[in-house]
Design a protein around this ligand. Structure first.
Ligand code: ADP
Ligand code: MG
Length: 615
């Protein structure tokens, strides 16, 4: 048989390698920005268009390249950063593989403009799908500009695999955060589709964190500092009371490189144990400086996972250092988890300033109009403490509800639920309810009883209600007497802008929206003013975690988040009226058996079940 093995041509090998190096536009951003850092730049500009799909440009004022180097930089395994295998154990640069530029040039249209300090003139190279199109001598400032257009132009399958511009933008923004946090002394500018996202002058680490995550972050930070022979730990943790429901601001940097380490993350969780509420996540920005010989960054192609020689010592040290900071700055709140939480001030209000309560007068409220408990709108609030009385919850809804109250009593014909449809039964007319362990509402049906999870039931009711409001765009909002100013970080503002339209449909009224914050002039009737900040933060973090693809899933997510945040929780006691209303509202829902998060809402226990227990 004839020999059949052949060496792949370079451009094919490069395209294959590109699959490893360039997964999406943000990978290009990472490689180009890291090259700029390695070139010693003190100022770096990132310019992107359409989530980086059409254009990514990185301009730096670093050391630049000679004409020959510029040409060579696009070859595979061409690097100025290491020469021999031992150098791998003494890395001081971000790059070392010499693969990035070759890979990028294999799958995009690339233009490089570069000049060194010593040269009078610079070089411009155009390269498309690994083929050099032109190389010219041009006038250029010192430094390098890399322009990458039409990513994956020659691999349609990869291009089609890319997510929406917004999703790709988020990945790029994440990458930008990581690199700019790892190098606070470098100035960064970031432009997206022609508008400024960040203008970050060179700064210290704390100021850089605040530049990126917004002014309100400053008060949350507690310094962490420890130096031993093995490691120098520095940076900040966030005070425990600011722990969030979602994992967001958690950053480890090892020798100025963003890394992921579930193991070391665990050490931080250990340090925070007992001082944050279960289910919340601490924020941290920590730098670990170790001898480059004791760290292996070679184990993962995209290089966010690393291996430390002595991870156990590092773990112990991190944990005790963070604990020490928590103690030293006296930020450990005296929390008693055993205490009945109902007697406690809600956690998020603990350290808030006491303010004069605002009186919201509902001018349209007519005390002579009969407002029956079960008015047919399924949006009630169940005994949750509110600033204003429950009557105002119905303000503005007078005309929309059915005023024939008798129609809404718990009768079989009006109740749309599988229990009743399936078994052709009705809930007892008297509708007796009972709350068990501040968690379940128990009510009777003819064949026995239903045990309802109060929180999930309320989530279902609120979810359907919000979804309806979004769809018919007829939400009722209450105007705030004094508009609220809430401050957010630039990337949070970016997300707010994306979801603003949908927020309006559920009843939020926005005033000015600037780079630093937003003015809220009105809120949905169910939302108390004091909850607005918390709700907005929750919404933003939910959207940060999971980017909805289309407008339907955006509405769905919004309704889910609002339902989750505003629902009564386990541990809240409900009075009888609220219990009955919740039961009525639940069984008026389109879907009654599952919560919006696909959890079982209730179980039924028949008389037979009970009788069997007595045998
Ligand atoms: P690596 O960074 O792993 O060395 P790259 O393919 O990213 O590999 O870059 C190849 C080489 O091109 C680098 O080693 C460096 O010498 C040069 N280079 C790339 N980008 C720049 C830049 N912005 N400024 C100066 N030199 C650069
Ligand atoms: Mg590189």
């Amino acid at each position: 048989m004839a020999d059949i093995i052949r060496l792949l041509p370079d451009h094919v090998a490069n395209q294959i390698a590109a699959g490893e190096v360039v997964q999406r536009p943000s990978s290009v951003v990472k490689e180009l920005m890291e090259n700029a850092i390695d070139a010693g730049a003190t100022e770096i500009q990132l310019i992107i268009k359409d989530g980086g799909k059409t254009l990514i440009q990185v301009v730096d004022n670093g050391k630049g390249m000679s004409g020959t180097d510029a040409r060579l930089s696009f070859e595979r395994h061409a690097t100025s950063k290491i020469q021999k295998a031992e150098d791998l154990f003494n890395l001081h640069t971000k790059g070392f593989r010499g693969e990035a530029l070759a890979s990028i040039a294999a799958i995009a249209h690339v233009e490089m403009l570069t000049k060194t300090e010593d040269d009078d003139i610079g070089t411009k190279i155009k390269i498309e799908g690994s083929k050099i199109v032109t190389q010219e001598v041009v006038v250029a400032p010192k430094g390098t500009s890399m322009l990458v257009k039409n990513l994956f132009f020659n691999i349609p399958a990869r291009r089609n695999f890319l997510k929406s511009d917004q999703v790709e933008y988020r990945h790029i923004a994440d990458e930008f955060h990581r690199i700019s946090l790892a190098h606070p002394q470098v100035a960064f500018n970031f432009y997206n589709n022609g508008s400024d996202v960040f203008q970050l002058p060179g700064n210290d680490f704390r100021k850089r964190i605040v530049q990126i995550f917004g002014r309100k972050t400053d008060e949350k930070l507690v310094p962490v500092e420890e130096e031993t022979q093995v490691v120098k730990i520095s940076g900040y943790i966030q005070k425990p009371e600011f722990a969030k429901k979602s994992r967001g601001e958690q950053f480890f940097f090892a020798n100025n490189r963003f890394i992921k380490s579930p193991y070391l993350h665990h050490a931080i969780l250990g340090a925070f144990e007992g001082v944050i509420r279960p289910g919340t996540h601490p924020g941290y920005f920590l730098n670990l400086e170790v001898d480059p010989a004791t760290i292996d960054i070679n184990i993962h192609p995209t290089k966010t996972e690393v291996k430390f020689d002595d991870e156990h010592t590092l773990y112990a040290m991190l944990k005790s250092t963070v604990k020490h900071s928590l103690g030293q700055f006296n930020v450990v709140p005296a929390l008693d988890f055993e205490q009945d939480q109902n007697l406690d001030t809600p956690y998020s209000y603990k350290n808030r300033q006491v303010g004069v309560p605002q009186v919201v007068v509902d001018s349209s409220f007519n005390p002579f109009e009969t407002t029956q408990p079960s008015k047919g709108n399924s949006s009630g609030s169940y005994s949750k403490p509110k600033v204003d009385g429950w009557e105002s919850l119905y303000s503005g809804l007078e005309t929309s509800g059915d005023t024939n109250a008798s129609h809404l009593e718990f009768e079989s014909e009006v109740v749309n639920s599988s229990i009743f449809d399936g078994e052709k039964e009705a809930v007892d007319h008297t509708t007796t309810t009972f709350q068990l362990r501040k968690k379940y509402i128990i009510t009777t049906i003819k064949s026995g009883m239903v045990v309802i999870n109060q929180s999930r039931a309320h989530q279902r009711v609120l979810y359907e209600n919000f979804l309806k409001n979004i769809t018919i765009k007829e939400a009722v909002s209450q105007q705030l007497l004094f508009p609220l100013m809430l401050s957010f970080s630039p990337s949070e503002i970016h997300i707010l802008k994306e979801i603003k339209e949908n927020l309006c449909t559920v009843g939020f009224v926005f005033g000015e929206l600037t780079e630093e914050g937003v003015e809220i002039k009105g809120v949905p009737v169910l939302v108390a003013e004091s909850e607005v900040q918390m709700i907005m933060e929750q919404l933003i973090s939910d959207f940060q975690q999971e980017v909805p693809g289309d407008s339907f899933s955006q509405s769905d997510m919004l309704a889910k988040t609002l339902a989750k945040t505003l629902s009564v929780k386990t541990g809240e006691s409900l009075d009888e009226f609220s219990q009955v209303k919740l039961v009525n509202d639940l069984f008026a829902c389109k879907e009654t058996t599952l919560s919006p998060f696909n959890k079982k809402v209730y179980i039924t226990i028949t008389e037979n079940d009970i009788e069997r227990k007595f045998i």
